[in-house]
Design a protein around this ligand. Structure first.
Ligand code: GLU
Length: 278
């Protein structure tokens, strides 16, 4: 049976884009799991976890099994990081955000692809690590040499090769946060038996690094379905901060959640929204 998951971060209330993603995942899979991605200590809030449950129930979407909560799984992520350390595929990085920004001529959204490699060749210094905040970065050159150029399969049958330039030395953990999104995502997808990842095309740039981590950690390869995003009619993205109504506000305004989910399943959006690739 195909297993998929909906993996929201509890950093705000869900909006129509989340509903679309959840509906597609539910439709595409026999088993549909809920994962709460609450590893960002600065942004995740427990009250939004309840909001996610409420919104899914309103849509008539019942996840199978017990939701997986990432903050309860740090030991599994630490084990995966240890494995990569033993294999010499990660290094400690002492750069601050300001250091990295100052050494770049162009802004980069992704902490991995824009990193100039300042700490890559440093000898390991456990004492400095003890005293100084640091992160653990993937040594992407070593990792690619160990793994080759792993491809990933999209749901339409097309396979893409991982793009070395896109991967970069991604951050896998920080001293104050036991795992980055990428590491936790691949560890959990494997632990939950997820074999179909259904998520927005805005996350497609994450797939090469996640596929590489799967190869390095000996984890199975899921199939990926990156769907178009729900945007405002004028093309603006929905964001937790913008004027897009949350699902909670739609419910309060009297919208029928189950009817909305049925419409989304056939590709019908409420007026003033449309689908677009990022
Ligand atoms: N937590 C991520 C988000 O809310 C989704 C991650 C994923 O589906 O891989 O954007």
């Amino acid at each position: 049976m195909t297993t998929s998951r909906f993996a929201p971060s509890p950093t705000g209330r869900l909006h129509l884009g989340h509903a679309y993603s959840a509906v597609l995942g539910r439709l595409a899979a026999g088993r549909w799991l809920l994962r709460i991605e609450d590893l960002d200590p600065g942004r995740a809030r427990p009250e939004f976890v309840g909001g996610i449950m409420e919104d899914l129930a309103w849509l008539g979407l019942a996840p199978d099994g017990v939701p997986l909560v990432q903050s309860a799984r740090v030991a599994a992520y630490a084990d995966a990081l240890e494995q990569l350390k033993r294999e010499g595929l990660v290094y400690a990085c002492f750069c601050t955000r300001a250091d990295i920004a100052a050494s770049l001529t162009a802004p980069h959204g992704d902490a991995g692809s824009g990193y100039p490699g300042t700490c890559r060749e440093l000898a390991d210094d456990p004492e400095r690590r003890e005293r100084t905040p640091h992160s653990w970065r993937l040594n992407s050159a070593n990792a690619m040499a160990a793994a080759g150029l792993p491809g990933w399969r999209e749901a339409d049958g097309i396979t893409f090769a991982s793009d070395a330039a896109q991967i970069g030395d991604a951050i896998l953990a920080r001293k104050d946060a036991p795992s980055s999104y990428h590491l936790a995502c691949v560890v959990d997808d494997a632990a939950s038996g997820v074999d179909l990842v259904v998520r927005g095309a805005d996350l497609r740039p994450s797939t090469p690094v996640q596929r590489l981590l799967q190869v390095l950690l000996g984890l199975p390869e899921p199939t990926y379905l990156h769907h178009p995003l729900v945007v405002h009619e004028d093309g603006r993205r929905l964001a937790k901060r913008d004027s897009a109504p949350t699902l909670a506000a739609m419910r309060d305004a009297g919208v029928d959640g189950r009817a909305l989910a049925d419409a989304l399943a056939t590709g019908l959006l409420p007026p003033s929204y449309r689908l677009a690739m990022p």
